[in-house]
Design a protein around this ligand. Structure first.
Ligand code: SF4
Ligand code: SF4
Length: 290
C-alpha cells in the first residue's frame, strides 16, 4: 500500500441506511432502473436518495468510448428501448424525487448520439413529475449543434456536461474523441440558447493537475458562462484505471471552492465525496429555483 492507494479518513463512509433510501431502493429494484448511484458504488447514496436526488442512466450500460477514469464497460451497445423514457418517468413519479439527473453512456453509434432519446426522457419526466427538477448530464454529441439543440428544446432545468479535468490532462484522462475545447464549446452553445438553461460541469481532482491549472479551468468555465461547478476527489475504480496522484484534504477543497466562487459561479460544491449530482436537491437548486 503506497501513500496514494491508502484512503484517508475523510473518504470512509458508513453503510447506507435510512427510510428514504430504502424506499427509493425498493422502487429502483422493482422497476429495474439503472442508477449511477449503485453502479458507481457512490458513497453518497443514502444521503442523496434520502434527500430526494438520484442519477439514472439511459441507453444501456455499455459505452462506445473508453475514458481512463470510468468504470463503465466499453463495447458495442444494445439497440435503444423506445419505451425507456416512459418507464423512467413512471418510476421517477413513484419515487417522488425532488431532483432527477438523467445521464447516459456515449452512443457514438447512434446517428444523433442519443439526443432525441434524451429529449423524450425530459418531456416524459416533466409531464409525469412537474415538480421534479430535471437535470441531464450529457455527452458532447461530438459538438454537433443540431443534437445539442434537440436536448435544449426539450427544456431540462439544468444541462450538465463534464470537462472532468484540466486541459493538459484531458488526453490522458478522457477518451481521445473528447477534447477540453469541444466540451467548453458545448457548454457555451447550451448557455447561449434561448431556453435560458442553467449549465453545470464537474471536475475531478487528484489526477495530477496543478493549482494554476485548476484556476485556469475555473476561468475557462466562467468565460463560457457555466453556472454551477462541482469539484470532487478522483477515486480509482480498479487497478486498470488511472492512479490517484494525490488525496486532496477537505481544507484544500474549501480553498478551491472560495477560489472558484471568486470567478462568479452561481453555485460551487467542493469536497472529497462530491460527485456531479451530490445532494443536488438539497443544495443549489432550492436556492436557485425559489
Ligand atoms: Fe465513462 Fe462517459 Fe467516458 Fe463512456 S464517455 S467511458 S460513460 S465517462
Ligand atoms: Fe447518485 Fe450522484 Fe448522489 Fe452519487 S452523488 S448517490 S451518483 S445522485
Amino acid at each position: 500500500v503506497t501513500e496514494t492507494t491508502r484512503k484517508p479518513e475523510w473518504l470512509k463512509v458508513r453503510l447506507p441506511h435510512g427510510e428514504g433510501y430504502e424506499r427509493v431502493k425498493a422502487i429502483v429494484k422493482r422497476t429495474k432502473l439503472a442508477t449511477v448511484c449503485e453502479e458507481a458504488r457512490c458513497p453518497n447514496i443514502a444521503e442523496c436518495w434520502g434527500g430526494g436526488t438520484a442519477t439514472v442512466m439511459l441507453m444501456g450500460e455499455v459505452c462506445t468510448r473508453a475514458c481512463r477514469f470510468c468504470h463503465v464497460k466499453v463495447g458495442a451497445p444494445p439497440p435503444l428501448d423506445p419505451m425507456e423514457p416512459i418507464h423512467l418517468a413512471q418510476a421517477v413519479k413513484e419515487m417522488n424525487l425532488e431532483y432527477i439527473v438523467v445521464t447516459s453512456v456515449n452512443r457514438d453509434d447512434r446517428p444523433d448520439g442519443g439526443a432525441s432519446h434524451f429529449a423524450s426522457a425530459i418531456r416524459e419526466l416533466r409531464r409525469e413529475s412537474p415538480k421534479t427538477i430535471v437535470e441531464v448530464l450529457i455527452p458532447d454529441f461530438k459538438g454537433v449543434e443540431k443534437d445539442l439543440t434537440t436536448v435544449a428544446e426539450a427544456k431540462p432545468h439544468v444541462v450538465a456536461h463534464n470537462v472532468e479535468t484540466v486541459e493538459r490532462l484531458t488526453p490522458t484522462v478522457r477518451d481521445r474523441r473528447a477534447t477540453y475545447r469541444q466540451s467548453l464549446k458545448v457548454l457555451e452553445y447550451l448557455k447561449n440558447r434561448p431556453e435560458g438553461l442553467y449549465t453545470k460541469t464537474s471536475v475531478m481532482v487528484g489526477l495530477g493537475e496543478t493549482d494554476a491549472e485548476l484556476e485556469q479551468t475555473f476561468k475557462d468555465l466562467r468565460s463560457v458562462g457555466v453556472d454551477v461547478l462541482t469539484l470532487g476527489q478522483y477515486l480509482q475504480p480498479s487497478q486498470y484505471h488511472l492512479r490517484v496522484e494525490r488525496f486532496v484534504t477537505p481544507a484544500q477543497f474549501e480553498a478551491y471552492k472560495s477560489l472558484a466562487e471568486s470567478y462568479g459561479f452561481l453555485y460551487v460544491a467542493s469536497g472529497p465525496l462530491v460527485r456531479s449530482s451530490y445532494r443536488a436537491a438539497e443544495f443549489f437548486m432550492k436556492g436557485l429555483m425559489e
